[in-house]
Design a protein around this ligand. Sequence first.
Ligand code: NAP
Length: 264
Amino acid sequence: MSNDQSAISPSPRENAVITGAASGIGAAVARRFRERGANVFLLDRDMPSLHRSFGNADDSKAKLFEADVSDTAQIKDIFAEIERCHGGVDSVVHCAGVARLGTVIEMDEATFDFVLKVNLKGTFLLAKHAMPSLLARKGSFTAIASDAGTQGASGYAAYCASKHGVVGLVKSLALDHGPSGVRCNAICPGFVETPMLEQLFGDNPTDRAFYEKSVPLGRFARPEDVAELAAFISSPAGAYLNGAIVALDGGSTAGYFSTAVLSR
Ligand code: NAP
């Protein structure tokens, strides 16, 4: 399941688990945590991409795991292996997720179940199997939710439901485990320039331009914007952040916004 385990030895260095690390936000988070000297344990179901980005044999601070975040046995085994071989986990940044378009009329039940299973149950499994280690090391759990976790999103019934679930779960984690020293938070990005966004807009530049113009800061986020916030939250600088649901959307969810009003 993983590459050579002998390369990372137990050390006072931060051990960080990052899911969805083969692409987009997860890959940027992985790069950011490596920059700050963490041992990174990178999970994704897309192993070829994970290897292309992080499979350098000389890189002794990155371990790659092929895993589906909604698979109980795989997630349990990975945390057991990290505990056994590397002493435990200090930070989790859970980025893996899927988006599927559709209203409840358009979407079939299997697609709804799939989105909920990956996005919500996946977050539950990550939190469940990371928590013993996070409790022992007073660590940090950060989930990448979405602005669709705090407001509705037309045409995204299942995605929106799953991300509201993630936000609720993270708030409960913060209450349940904050008293024992584990901080649990969620980041709610608006649109971020990743393959997921490319998939959403496809070859429709008109839609893209419309949504980009509706962001008060005038641009979509870059994966690095999200990575920087995730790094901050899990660092000592974020030591008083717990149960925070942080909007990272250029002001999109701050209220009604219209460039037409500004240009009057
Ligand atoms: P992305 O570029 O599609 O990357 C997501 C990665 O997670 C992909 O490598 C994907 O593999 C992997 N993944 C998906 N399901 C998985 C599973 N069951 N187990 C393991 N890995 C899995 O997406 P992104 O834009 O970086 O999104 C990261 C997170 O941010 C998601 O939770 C997303 O909902 C959230 N988010 C994104 C945006 C945005 O505009 N991009 C906005 C708000 C929130 P595959 O390629 O094989 O699916």
